[in-house]
Design a protein around this ligand. Structure first.
Ligand SMILES: *[C@@H]1O[C@H](CO)[C@@H](O)[C@H](O)[C@H]1NC(C)=O
Ligand SMILES: *[C@@H]1O[C@H](CO)[C@@H](O)[C@H](O)[C@H]1NC(C)=O
Ligand SMILES: *[C@@H]1O[C@H](CO)[C@@H](O)[C@H](O)[C@H]1NC(C)=O
Ligand SMILES: *[C@@H]1O[C@H](CO)[C@@H](O)[C@H](O)[C@H]1NC(C)=O
Ligand SMILES: [Zn+2]
Length: 408
């Protein structure tokens, strides 16, 4: 019930509450699936992954954007927890640290079973929704985490990885990162190398979502072209509204539309407004814009909570999601569009990825990265040295040639 004209100044407040109530009603059965949250990285930095430290209790944890009460207040029903390891681990202990971040996510689910349900399928997400638990999935951030190994890629899949961000803020030997576009890094693969293409085919075959946050535009286009399944940007915003190379340009948004892919909007002030300050309404502008250019089916949320230092006024932590949904309703988004952005779009993409995997008849990719592309001196060369004895020794080649020439 809204007041009469003599209470006109109150109407705005009243309307705000109407939209907020509507947001909560919708989120009761379609909670938000967020594409990227760095709480696991905070657990490493703050507690060296020791969850039994009483300060690490996720019900009372302070100083983070994420804890259990905030997740509940925010109607977060699905979360891709980031198994992130920084670029300086590349060619060092990246795989070990990735395994440890995946382990801490599994331990979160075990320690708080009333809150989290670790799942690896779209059906698992739906089950967690039904049970009122936060569907917890693992996104591995940074292609350097597989150490240029298809075997490691497959092993991480078996441990629950369901998306892999092809790069973080560094090139891998097989894919270029966004800093190539800003001029701070040199182009290396000019998109994806031959081995990078094999990584993508294997991700399609396994059913791991391809995440293009952090990659160069050439890598985005190569991946969108090659992938047999839709892809995601787990935490990226619109380049036209903020010209930061971490954001997605319009021509790529067209490809996102054509492939049924998904852009989950990042809330980091620097990617929202290109300044240190931003507010909730500017985040809604990015959502509006991506909806306009790529379609309502292409929009999602990837807040980057606990991975960034500055967040918009009104979106300070994960509890604020209903306020953002209220703003979209105020902007005349339909209920179906809102449900799409909250969860249905991600579920559609995930199911498409699972379908491609289910139906593929391809054999596993086996061709290793060429030794000269692997770089770094700390690795052994087992396998490679055998192969080089067999095929690449000039003497052996010569002998084979002589043998061939002697045949009639
Ligand atoms: C966390 O703290 C709450 C409230 O004090 C307590 O009930 C709960 O048992 C603690 N959980 C763990 C895993 O220590
Ligand atoms: C792509 O654009 C078309 C035409 O605007 C629209 O009908 C379709 O729903 C869009 N796709 C997605 C995934 O939103
Ligand atoms: C939303 O729709 C209403 C009623 O059709 C209209 O008056 C209002 O201007 C629209 N608001 C926006 C932001 O488009
Ligand atoms: C993929 O296959 C699994 C196992 O047979 C099945 O449970 C699931 O429904 C399939 N998913 C899709 C999207 O086809
Ligand atoms: Zn990131």
């Amino acid at each position: 019930m809204c007041p009469g004209w003599w209470l006109w100044p109150l109407v705005a407040v009243c309307a705000a509450d109407v939209f907020r109530d509507e947001a909560e009603r919708i989120m009761q059965d379609t909670p938000v699936i967020d594409g990227h949250n760095d709480l696991p990285w905070q657990l490493l930095k703050m507690f060296n992954n020791q969850l039994q430290d009483e300060r690490a209790n996720l019900s009372t944890l302070t100083g983070t954007h994420t804890n259990i009460p905030k997740l509940r207040a925010g109607f977060v029903g699905g979360q891709f927890w980031s198994a992130y390891v920084p670029c300086d681990t590349q060619n060092k202990d990246a795989v070990r640290r990735t395994l440890e971040q995946m382990d801490v996510i599994h331990r979160m689910c075990e320690m708080y079973p009333e809150t989290f349900l670790c799942v690896t399928t779209s059906a698992g997400i739906r089950q967690a929704f039904q049970e009122g638990r936060v569907a917890s999935l693992i996104g591995v951030e940074g292609g350097h985490s597989i150490d240029s190994s298809l075997g490691v890629l497959r092993a991480l899949y078996h441990l629950g990885m369901r998306y892999l961000t092809l790069t973080h803020n560094c090139n891998t030997p097989w894919a270029d990162n966004w800093l190539v576009d800003s001029g701070s890094d040199d182009a290396q693969s000019h998109g994806l190398s031959v081995f990078g293409q094999s990584v993508l085919r294997e991700m399609n075959r396994l059913g791991v979502m391809i995440d293009l946050a952090h990659v160069s535009v050439a890598t985005m286009k190569a991946a969108l072209q090659l992938s047999a399944a839709p892809v995601i940007f787990s935490h990226s915003s619109a380049y036209s509204l903020c010209a930061n190379r971490r954001n997605v340009p319009d021509d790529v948004l067209q490809l996102v539309n054509q492939t049924g892919s998904l852009v989950m909007v990042n809330f980091y002030n620097d990617y929202v407004s290109c300044t240190e300050d931003a507010d909730l309404s500017q985040v809604a502008d990015h959502l509006d814009y991506i909806r306009k250019v790529a379609g309502a089916g292409a929009v999602g949320f990837g807040g980057d909570f606990d991975g960034v230092t500055r967040l918009p006024t009104g979106l300070e932590d994960v509890s604020k999601y209903p306020d953002l949904i209220a703003e979209l309703l105020r902007r005349n988004w339909t209920e179906a569009e809102v449900r799409g952005a909250l969860a249905d779009n991600l579920l559609r993409v995930f199911e498409a990825v699972e379908k491609v995997s289910n139906e593929t008849l391809q054999a596993p990719e086996e061709e290793p990265i060429p030794l000269d592309q692997l770089g770094s001196s700390c690795r052994t060369q087992y396998g490679y040295s055998e192969a080089s004895t067999l095929y690449h020794q000039p003497g052996a080649l010569l002998a084979a040639l002589i043998f061939v020439l002697r045949l009639p």
